[in-house]
Structure formats: structure tokens, C-alpha cells
Ligand binder design. Structure first.
Ligand code: ZN
Length: 65
């Protein structure tokens, strides 16, 4: 049974390949980069308050002085 590199889909012929299941270190890094890219694609729900809103809140607390 011949294993194939998940990145380039070429047969991984060397049984002593340290980068298995990838055919080479390059394909291994490409696969890692793929997952990192998926992470970056995740939509961020974080929304920072605008400077205007923060200014209004601070003005309100200062009024009590
Ligand atoms: Zn490969």
C-alpha cells in the first residue's frame, strides 16, 4: 500500500521519510500554513467601543463631581 502526501498527493515512497505522512518538509509546512490560514479566516466578533462612546461615558461620570 502506497501512501500519498496530503499536500501534493504524490506517493511517499521513502519508508524512512521523517516527514511522513508528507513527502517533504516543504509539504509539511504548507499543510501547517493551511491550518493557520483557516484560523485567520475565522470571523472575529470582538468589537471595540468607538472613541465617541467612551468620551460620552467619561463625561457622564465627571458630572457628579
Ligand atoms: Zn508533498
Amino acid at each position: 500500500m502506497m501512501k500519498r502526501c496530503p499536500t501534493c498527493n504524490q506517493p511517499v515512497e521513502r519508508p524512512d521519510n521523517p516527514h511522513r505522512p508528507f513527502c517533504s518538509e516543504r509539504c509539511k509546512l504548507i499543510d501547517f500554513g493551511h491550518w493557520a490560514d483557516e484560523d485567520y479566516r475565522m470571523p472575529s466578533q470582538e468589537e471595540r467601543p468607538s472613541a465617541e462612546e467612551v468620551g460620552q461615558q467619561r463625561a457622564g461620570t465627571d458630572e457628579g463631581d
